[in-house]
Design a binder for this molecule. Structure first.
Ligand code: RIB
Length: 302
């Protein structure tokens, strides 16, 4: 079984601010740094650092001097990463004093993923291989259809949420990993738990992981509900916490880890990532997570 992550690569321009800028307000940032990011890149690196083999497909621009080298150094296979004309995608991120963020993305090269590129990549994958997708590259509906025809196990992280996602054939997917906002939108009611209930009835074979920030996560699988509290951590920057969780979750699936342990490790990895700056830069190695997890305190312990 192979893991293919078809997704975005961004340069994150991170501005430290007292508070997230308000409409009409001009605010001086207290610091600025340039980090590797993009939900695709972050999740690929998390999978690799969690110890599973992963192929990254997507596009960077000719100006990329940071992202492909980092992916490669992290052990991600770059056979399917293309360099295209035009700028690499970037994100403008504000991080406030509480570690919360808000993000604007400029797709750049991420918008150059073509149907031809998708066909070329998918010809090397087969039934049962895992395909991990987020929503920051072009032609995702085509990718979903082709991968579905092949019988790949498609895991979708519908992030950032976009309205077209209401039309996705959920029957093509094996698993959805999403946060509260995304689940509320996918449900169409604004209520995240409604998505779990809707899927339990309409798509009972679809696994759903609902991440709830400091409240941990809920995993709905084959009619069972697993709950995992988050761990106490020193919140520095929440950017990429969800990506870290997703990458570790996929690596756990690949290793066929026990479900409860898989959730515990993925949650611990996300908590460690939150304590560092940047998205990809703060994703911990598997040994770090393993060494830390037994000493970590669940948030429910209050
Ligand atoms: O999930 C965090 C990521 O979202 C950032 O790295 C940024 O690039 C955006 O894609």
């Amino acid at each position: 079984m192979k893991i293919l992550n078809f997704g975005s690569c961004n340069i994150d321009l991170v501005y430290s601010v007292k508070h997230i800028v308000q409409p009409g307000e001009t605010l001086a940032a207290e610091g600025m740094a340039r980090f590797p990011g993009g939900k695709g890149l972050n999740q690929a690196i998390a999978i690799a650092r969690a110890g599973a083999p992963v192929y990254m497909a997507g596009c960077v621009g000719e100006d990329d001097d940071m992202l492909a080298p980092l992916l490669s150094d992290s052990g991600v296979d770059l056979t399917y990463l293309r360099t295209v004309k035009g700028p690499t995608g970037h994100a403008i991120i504000q991080v406030d004093e509480g570690g919360e963020n808000c993000i604007i993305i400029f797709p750049g090269a991420n918008g150059a993923v073509s149907c031809d590129h998708i066909d070329q990549v998918l010809q090397d994958f087969e039934e049962g291989d895992i395909l991990l997708l987020q929503n920051e590259i072009s032609n995702i509906p085509y990718l979903l259809e082709r991968a579905g025809e092949k019988g790949m196990r498609i895991v979708l992280n519908p992030s950032p949420y976009a309205e077209w996602m209401q039309n996705i054939d959920l029957g093509l997917l094996s698993c959805v990993i999403l946060n509260e906002t995304e689940a509320g939108c996918m449900a169409g009611t604004g209520q995240p738990l409604d998505f779990l209930e809707q899927m339990r009835i309409s798509h009972p074979k679809l696994d759903v992981v609902l991440t709830l920030g400091s409240a941990g996560c809920i995993f709905q699988k084959e009619g069972m509900l697993y709950r995992q509290p988050s761990f106490k951590t020193n919140v520095v920057d929440t950017t990429g916490a969800g990506d870290t969780f997703t990458g570790y979750f996929i690596a756990g699936l690949y290793r066929q880890e026990d479900t409860e342990e898989l959730l515990r490790i993925a949650t611990a990895a996300a908590a460690i990532a939150i304590a560092g700056e940047g998205a990809a830069s703060s994703i911990p190695a598997y040994e770090t997570v393993r060494a830390a997890v037994d000493h970590m305190v669940p948030n429910e312990a209050d």
